[in-house]
Design a protein around this ligand. Structure first.
Ligand code: ADP
Ligand code: MG
Ligand code: MG
Length: 535
């Protein structure tokens, strides 16, 4: 498809409405690349891009490397004697050296980075918008907005089945990227009034961008289904790994690693005021490399600043006492869920139900609200202290103290809180610093959360690419449409809210990660204005 400049112009007019530097040059991956190409083409801006690259590389360095690498950045870019010096940045030299000496793992270059963007969003950003690089960006945006239909994808095998339909492996024809397509059958949605839930999941997913939560890349409709195209997670779910491979349960390193990644995912959701509410092993999926992501956000809810919700939502065995008890609750429900998950990964069975036992709902509720879970010998001291109060003594002292960073069993004289505490006010993760308290718990001592969040930690287990980590496809029942449900015009309104096509950041990452950007984004000789983008 060739993009005519006339068409590009109409996109330009549209883009004028949202000329936000951060969105156009930082958040959108192709926008960022083109802005950097523009800067590289200007001698006076070249150094800014090199500094920006160095600051990004700094984030992927190990704790030991950071000090030296940090100093090399200062020497090269912040010192007036250096020929690469970015003169507007020299004022930061002193404070950056201080920061680096104080704590190389802290946010050493924060002010410097803020200043860098402050400079770039002025004159350089204005000039960029007059350049051929911005024209090219608009051409990419036009491609991004092409209608999405089932013909956009090749369909492969069935991956799983959910409440409203199936999940299939699929591939984008144009780029070769593999995804998982979650198809919600329209008649099923209508029969069970699942419209709100479907739209909720799609709208929450499109606002997220975390390596610990599945990404939404496309939302589209077919005659019979609404489809969400998601990050492909081909390593199976945690339920499968806990129960279907050898002795139930996972070894300590894996428990720690998965718990840490889930913790980062929850922090990301909570920072966006989203309560997840459905934490359980089958909703945590592994990718080819052994990293996990939180998936299935159908029950997630956005809480406007600090407000609480009510509603017995989730899966009974994993619901927090305050959820079961019809109370108003907030993010506390997810920290309880993390406690259940860590318990189950360790023990090879969930906290309030023995293997093979199927207690009545009423009995499950009673146990969750009043009974103490049992800790067998698979539990180390650290994991026990993370889940439950080990001795009754610190609890009293916690209640008497007014500090926030309270509790656990006693560890080095510090009182730490636990995840499976019935009272949400006394639970770990539910104090003012939220999930950061969970990350500082001694259980996670060996986890470097900074590097984990930068995506540079090797997982302790890598799925075998020759194995399929799920039930046989034959065992997954096929889905059929519900008879006697007719779709009418009122349904179209809902479908059109759902059917929004590509999600910009995901789409742009796809184009970059598959090499299509590098291959197609060529310019004329010696940086001259080029022929238009050809897809
Ligand atoms: P539901 O909301 O109906 O429970 P899910 O989102 O949990 O649906 O998806 C159903 C099943 O499909 C999952 O249990 C899993 O086996 C599979 N699945 C879902 N998302 C993915 C994905 N991103 N990659 C691979 N498989 C997936
Ligand atoms: Mg599910
Ligand atoms: Mg769901």
């Amino acid at each position: 498809m060739e993009i005519e400049s006339m068409v590009a112009n109409s996109a330009l007019i549209k883009a004028r409405e949202e000329r936000d530097y951060y969105s156009l040059c930082v958040t959108q991956p192709i926008g960022k690349k083109l802005f950097q190409l523009f800067c590289r083409s200007r001698p006076e801006l070249h150094k800014f891009t090199s500094l920006q690259d160095a600051l990004e590389a700094f984030e992927t360095k190990s704790d030991e490397e950071r000090r030296e690498f940090g100093f090399s950045i200062i020497q090269k870019f912040l010192r007036s004697q250096s020929n690469q010096c970015v003169s507007t940045m020299v004022t930061h030299e002193e404070s950056c050296i201080q920061n680096l000496e104080l704590d190389p793992c802290g946010d050493v270059f924060r002010d410097c980075t803020a200043d860098l963007h402050k400079h770039l969003q002025g004159e350089p950003f204005t000039q960029y918008q007059e350049s051929m690089f911005f024209d090219r960006f608009l051409q990419w945006k036009m491609l991004e907005r092409s209608p999405i239909t089932k013909h956009t994808f090749r369909q492969y095998r069935l991956l799983g089945k959910g409440g409203f339909g199936e999940v299939w492996a699929c591939q984008v024809r144009a780029t070769g990227m593999m995804y998982a397509c979650k198809k919600l059958d329209k008649t099923h949605i209508k029969k069970r009034r699942g419209e709100g839930m479907a739209l909720n999941e799609k709208q929450i997913l499109e606002g997220l961008d975390s390596r610990f939560v599945v990404n939404l890349a496309y939302a589209y409709e077919t005659k019979h289904a609404l489809c969400m195209v998601l990050t492909m997670m081909s390593g199976g779910d945690l339920r499968f790994h806990i129960y279907n491979i050898g002795v139930p349960g996972l070894d300590k390193d894996r428990v720690q690693f998965y718990a840490a990644e889930v913790c980062c995912g929850l922090i990301h959701l909570h920072e966006k005021s989203i309560l997840y509410r459905d934490l359980k092993p089958e909703n945590i999926l592994l990718d080819d490399n052994g990293h996990i992501r939180i998936s299935d956000l159908g029950l997630a809810v956005r809480l406007s600043d600090g407000s609480l919700v009510r509603g017995r939502v989730g899966t009974l065995g994993y619901m927090a006492p305050e959820v079961i008890g019809h109370k108003h609750y907030g993010m506390s429900a997810d920290w309880w869920g993390l406690g259940c998950l860590i318990y189950e990964m360790t023990a090879g069975q969930p906290p309030f139900r023995a293997r093979g036992e199927h207690p009545k709902p009423h009995e499950m509720e009673r146990r969750i609200q009043t009974e103490r879970e049992e800790y067998g010998d698979k539990f180390s001291k650290e994991v026990k202290e993370l889940c439950a109060l080990v001795s009754p003594e610190p609890a009293r002292r916690v209640r008497e103290s007014n500090i926030n960073q309270i509790s656990v069993g006693e560890s080095n004289g510090v009182f730490l809180l636990q995840l499976l505490t019935k009272d949400p006010d006394q639970r770990l993760g539910c104090q003012s610093s939220g999930g950061r308290d969970v990350q500082s718990h001694p259980f996670f001592e060996k986890i470097n959360f900074r590097m984990l969040e930068a995506g540079v930690v090797e997982p302790p287990f890598k799925p075998d690419p020759r194995l399929v980590y799920c039930s046989d496809v034959q065992d997954i029942e096929e889905f059929s449409t519900v008879k006697g449900v007719t779709l009418d015009r009122n349904d179209n309104d809902f479908y059109s809210k759902f059917n929004t096509g590509s999600v910009p950041v995901s789409w742009q990452n796809e184009v970059i990660d598959t090499g299509c950007f590098r291959e197609l984004n060529t310019f004329g000789p010696e940086g001259s204005r080029s022929p238009d983008l050809v897809w």
